[in-house]
Ligand binder design. Structure first.
Ligand SMILES: Nc1ncnc2c1ncn2[C@@H]1O[C@H](COP(=O)(O)OP(=O)(O)OP(=O)(O)O)[C@@H](O)[C@H]1O
Ligand SMILES: [Mg+2]
Length: 468
C-alpha cells in the first residue's frame, strides 16, 4: 500500500520533498499574492532553510524596517538576528523612492562582497510600476536580474503584491520568471484563514506541487498540509476482530473488523449513561487503547465523563481512574478555530503519534454548523479511509439532531447505534448493521447491556494483575 502523506510538513521538507527543483540556483522565482497572503513569510522561511545549509541570503526590502522585521519573525519562530550574527543573512532597507539604478547598484555591491545564494526583493512592485518608461524599466530589471542570477548562481526571489491594476506589469515578470508561485487565502470565518499556494509555472522540473494548503502558525511559520485523498478504498483488516461489549448486542451485531466504522448517535437532549458506557466497554473489553478526540469538550472533561460512567455503574473510583488513564488518551480540538484541512491533519498527527487501536471522534455535529454538505462528505470519507489505511477502528459520536453529519455517519458506518426516546418516553436504541435487518433494543435490554458491561469490566480487571 502506498504511503499516506497526510500529516503536516515543515517548510524544509516541503522544499526537499514536494517542491524539489523549484528553488534552484540561477532561478528567478516570483511569489505573488495579495497583501497578507504570506509572501514575506515564504521568503523568510526560504532564507532560514538556506541558512541551515550555510547559504547566505540578502534581503532587500522596501517595506519594513530591519527592527520590525526581526521582531515580527521572532513570533513565527525565526530568529533573523542570530542568522545575521552567523553571517548568513543580510537585511538591506531601501527607501520607497529608491531609483532603479540605485537599487541595481545595491544588489551589485552586496552580491559581489557577500556572495549570497538567495536574493530577495520585497516587493518588486516599486521597480516595475507604471510610468513613462515602464517598459524600458522592466526590460532593464529583467535583463539585469537574469544575468546576476546566472553569474553568481544564486536564486532570485521576487515578491509581487497583486493588485488588479498592475496585472500587465506582473504578466511580463511572470513570463520572465522560471517559477511562479501564487499565494492565496480566504477568510472562512472570524479567526479562520484558509491559505493555499499554487505553482503556476515551474521551468524544467518535475515537482509535485499543485494546490497546497498551508497555514502560518505562531512559533512555526509556514506549515504545509499534504492533501488527503486516498485513491483506493482499503479493505478492513479481517484478521483482527472486535466484539460488542454485551451479549445482547454481540449476538445481533457479530464481529467488527479492525478499520471498520461505528456510529453512535443520540438526540442532543438525550444523553444516557450507556451512550458513553457502550463505547468505553467496547474498547476496554477488546483490550485496546483509544484516542478520544472531541470537538466540544476539553481533554479533562472527556476524561471525567469516562470516570463518571464507570463509577456510576459501580466501579471503584481508583479503578475507573486507572482505566481512564491507561486505556484512553484525550484531545480537545475546536473546529471553529481551524480549517477542515488543518482539522484533518491535526487528527492524523494525534493518531500517528500515539499507540492506539481505536479513534473516537466526538461532537461531529459541529461540522454541520460550519460547512456545506459536500465539504463534510469529502472530509469524513477521507478521514475514514485514512484511518482505515492506518488500521484504526473509528467510532463517530454525534448528535442525531444535525442531519448532514448524521446522514453521512450512517452512510459510512458499518454499524450504527442510535439512541432515542420512544412515544412512552422510554429509552431505545436502533441498531443497524450493514447487510442485516435493523433491530430496536428497548430500555430493559439497554439496562441489561450496561449491567453486563460493568460486570465484565470487573471480571476483566480481576484477571489482570496490573489492576491490583
Ligand atoms: N505570530 C503569528 N502567528 C500566526 N500568524 C501570523 C503571525 N505573524 C503573522 N502572521 C500571519 O502572517 C500573515 C502575514 O504574512 P506576510 O507578511 O508574509 O504577508 P505578505 O504577503 O508579505 O503581505 P504584504 O503584502 O502586506 O507584505 C498575516 O496574514 C498574519 O495572519
Ligand atoms: Mg510582505
Amino acid at each position: 500500500m502506498s504511503e499516506i502523506r497526510v500529516t503536516s510538513r515543515s517548510f524544509e521538507s516541503f522544499i526537499t520533498e514536494i517542491a524539489p527543483g523549484v528553488i534552484e540556483p540561477g532561478h528567478i522565482v516570483l511569489i505573488k499574492g495579495a497583501p497578507g497572503s504570506g509572501k514575506t513569510t515564504f521568503a523568510v522561511m526560504t532564507a532560514k532553510y538556506f541558512a541551515s545549509n550555510h547559504d547566505k541570503t540578502i534581503y532587500l526590502s522596501f517595506n519594513e524596517s530591519r527592527e520590525s522585521m526581526i521582531r515580527n519573525y521572532k513570533g513565527l519562530g525565526i530568529d533573523l538576528e542570530s542568522l545575521e550574527k552567523a553571517g548568513v543573512f543580510r537585511y538591506v532597507s531601501l527607501p520607497l523612492t529608491a531609483r532603479l539604478e540605485s537599487m541595481i547598484e545595491e544588489i551589485r555591491k552586496h552580491s559581489i562582497e557577500f556572495l549570497p545564494r538567495l536574493i530577495v526583493v520585497d516587493p518588486i512592485n516599486p521597480l516595475i510600476q507604471k510610468g513613462e518608461s515602464a517598459i524600458e524599466k522592466r526590460i532593464l530589471v529583467q535583463n539585469y536580474l537574469v544575468s546576476i542570477a546566472k553569474n553568481i548562481r544564486s536564486t532570485i526571489m521576487l515578491l509581487a503584491e497583486e493588485y488588479p491594476d498592475e496585472s500587465d506589469a506582473l504578466i511580463s515578470l511572470e513570463y520572465m520568471a522560471d517559477v511562479v508561485i501564487s499565494l492565496r487565502y480566504r477568510i472562512r470565518r472570524a479567526g479562520v484563514i484558509e491559505r493555499v499556494m499554487e505553482a503556476l509555472k515551474v521551468r524544467g522540473s518535475k515537482h509535485h506541487m499543485s494546490r497546497i494548503p498551508f497555514s502560518i502558525k505562531e512559533g512555526q511559520g509556514i506549515v504545509i498540509y499534504k492533501p488527503v485523498i486516498p485513491a483506493e478504498i482499503p479493505p478492513p483488516d479481517m484478521e483482527v476482530m472486535h466484539f460488542m461489549p454485551c451479549s445482547g448486542l454481540d449476538s445481533y451485531v457479530g464481529p467488527i473488523y479492525r478499520g471498520q466504522v461505528v456510529y453512535v448517535g443520540h438526540p442532543s437532549n438525550v444523553r444516557p449513561r450507556e451512550l458513553a458506557l457502550i463505547p468505553v466497554g467496547f474498547l476496554l473489553l477488546n483490550n485496546v487503547r483509544g484516542s478520544v478526540i472531541s470537538f466540544r469538550m476539553s481533554p479533562m472533561e472527556i476524561r471525567d465523563v469516562v470516570i463518571n460512567v464507570l463509577v456510576d455503574g459501580g466501579l471503584d473510583k481508583w479503578l475507573a481512574e486507572f482505566i481512564a488513564e491507561n486505556y484512553f488518551e484525550y484531545h480537545g480540538v475546536n473546529p471553529l478555530a481551524t480549517s477542515l484541512t488543518e482539522l484533518m491533519s491535526q487528527i492524523i498527527d494525534f493518531v500517528k503519534h500515539s499507540n492506539v487501536d481505536m479513534v473516537v471522534i466526538h461532537g461531529v455535529e459541529i461540522l454541520d454548523l460550519l460547512y456545506p454538505s459536500m465539504e463534510i462528505i469529502a472530509w469524513m470519507k477521507n478521514l475514514m479511509l485514512t484511518l482505515r489505511q492506518l488500521k484504526k477502528t473509528l467510532i463517530i459520536l454525534g448528535s442525531t439532531d444535525f442531519s448532514k453529519s448524521r446522514k453521512l455517519a450512517e452512510l459510512l458506518s458499518d454499524l450504527s447505534m442510535e439512541f432515542a426516546l420512544n412515544d412512552k418516553f422510554e429509552l431505545e436504541m436502533k441498531v443497524y448493521k450493514r447487510a442485516k435487518k435493523p433491530r430496536i433494543f428497548g430500555e430493559e435490554e439497554i439496562n441489561e447491556c450496561a449491567r453486563e458491561i460493568i460486570e465484565r469490566i470487573l471480571e476483566f480487571s480481576e484477571s489482570y494483575a496490573v489492576f491490583d
